[in-house]
Write a protein that binds this ligand. Structure first.
Ligand SMILES: [Zn+2]
Length: 79
């Protein structure tokens, strides 16, 4: 599991962030993990959404770039 934690609050720039319980949803067979962060300074809550494909793209960008993307869009257009 790769943790991609934002370094600072997008509202005030403080770095005191508390990670809340993430939400996981599946959309079109892709797992979306929604991470919630609460700024301990200004109490704003913001989300960071990590999709399964996004993580794979980072790790295996060469494999994904050559095939599965195209297959996926073709399938959607034919319906
Ligand atoms: Zn803040």
């Amino acid at each position: 599991m790769i943790q991609i934690k934002p370094e600072m609050c997008p509202y005030c720039g403080e770095k005191r962030l508390e990670e809340l319980q993430p939400t996981e949803v599946v959309i079109d067979d892709t797992l979306w993990t929604i991470h919630h962060y609460e700024c301990q300074f200004c109490t704003e809550v913001f989300d960071k959404i990590i999709t399964e494909g996004q993580v794979q793209f980072d790790l295996f960008s060469e494999e994904l770039g050559s095939g599965s993307d195209e297959d996926d869009s073709e399938e959607k257009f034919s319906h």
